[in-house]
Design a protein around this ligand. Structure first.
Ligand code: PPS
Length: 379
């Protein structure tokens, strides 16, 4: 499943057959008539292959109910951010994979339950809370920490419903969710929602009571982390510096590059505030999630109206990884850190490049502190 590096797009998985499929079907239809059975089998196989391998396929529901189209709402305001320049490699990056335990057991499997019993009790509900961003902010860590809480049931994979898969309909989206009992909260995380101009309106359309969590991180470090991810998939991309500035380091900062654009938090938040009041948001510091995970989890649990169950007893600092890890993740009794793609070393970026980006972000950061009433200390 590809990711867009933060830019939103309408789901493309449910449209008509693409050129590849048309060519394939054409070839099959020209086959000799004496092979009707083989032809039918191939046609069916081709149909299922193309239908199920689209950008929404990683989050397939256990059964496919007839999904009514999602309700239409007024067009978004014209000033909303436009999709920026994407690196080819970024567009082909795989999703943030669910952590292994989540894949094996419960709620990581779309529609699954953590315990065998959970598969037959409770009901699938729309998420009452979403982690909407930001990409490379620490969203996977937050979700895995939250899943330890017995009153949180979360989808492990990123469903990308409100950016790429919206045309699958709200019933499809709900069918992905794990079953919950009364009093439990359903959650999912898709970091690209924060920079998708249609996402706030669509989420508001699902429920205007949705609680929204945004994990934010120093935008300069975030951009380097984003670049590191792209570089890991495609080592031949240009240097960070060449991508960050329009004409080498002497030029203007290139805000069309998604790695830069995502970090202009104030601008993206402005779009969300057209639909949700500030009281619906919790801004989690990506830095404090690493330096004081229990403290930040206390704030998150309070915001979600949960008992403070996840505390410092749940974490240990793994010296080798250099990050806090869980003593007992959901569905496991063994300690576990996040996977290799989380907390990886960044390439060295020259100080003058970092400095110029810091200066670029400063006014946007100050605006963001003002809007949220929180100083994240990035300057
Ligand atoms: N406990 C723990 N373990 C490992 N990594 C941690 C942790 N807490 C936060 N982080 C930081 O999370 C960064 C990845 O962010 P995301 O999970 O939001 O990335 S993604 O958008 O879903 O790809 C990742 O970024 P990089 O350091 O650049 O790899 C980490 O810095």
């Amino acid at each position: 499943m590809g990711r867009s590096g933060g830019g939103g797009g309408e789901g493309s998985g449910a449209g008509g057959p693409g050129p590849g499929l048309r060519a394939h079907l054409g070839a099959l239809l020209r086959a000799p008539p004496r092979a009707p059975l083989l032809l039918s089998v191939l046609l069916l196989g081709t149909y299922f292959f193309y239908c199920l391998s689209g950008p929404c396929a990683a989050a397939r529901p256990p059964s496919q109910p007839a999904a009514p189209p999602a309700t239409r709402a007024p067009q978004p305001p014209s000033w909303a951010p436009r999709p920026g320049r994407l690196l080819p490699a970024a567009a082909a990056e795989p999703e943030d994979p669910p952590e292994p335990e989540a894949q094996r057991g419960g709620a990581g499997t779309p529609g699954g339950g953590g315990l065998p019993l959970a598969s037959s009790f409770g009901s699938r509900r729309f998420p009452q809370a979403l982690i909407v961003g930001v990409k490379k902010g620490g969203t996977r860590a937050l979700l895995e920490f939250l899943r330890v809480h017995p009153d949180v049931r979360a989808l492990g994979a990123e469903p990308h419903f409100f950016d790429r898969c919206y045309n699958k309909g709200l019933a499809w989206y709900r069918s992905l969710m794990p079953r919950t009992l009364d009093g439990q909260i359903t959650m999912e995380k898709t970091p690209s929602y924060f920079v998708t101009k249609e996402a706030p309106r669509r989420i508001h359309n699902m429920s205007q009571d949705t609680k929204l969590i945004v994990v934010v991180r120093n935008p300069v470090t975030r951009a380097i982390s984003d670049y590191t991810q792209t570089l890991s998939k495609n080592p031949s991309i240009p240097s960070f510096q060449a991508l960050a500035f329009r004409n080498g380091s002497s030029g203007l900062v290139d805000t069309a590059w998604s790695a830069v654009r995502i970090g202009i938090y104030a601008k993206h938040l402005d779009n969300w505030l057209q639909y949700f009041p500030l009281s619906h948001f919790l801004f989690v510091s990506g830095e404090r999630l690493v330096s004081d995970p229990a403290g930040e989890m206390g704030r998150v649990q309070d915001f979600l109206g949960l008992k403070r169950v996840v505390t410092d007893k749940h974490f240990y600092f793994n010296e080798t990884k250099g990050f806090p890890c869980l003593k007992k993740p959901e569905g496991s009794s063994r300690p576990r850190c996040l996977g290799k793609s989380k907390g990886r070393p960044h390439p060295h970026i020259e100080e003058h490049v970092v400095q110029r980006l810091r200066e670029f972000y400063r006014p946007f950061n100050l605006k963001f502190y003002q809007m949220t009433g929180q100083d994240f200390g990035w300057d």
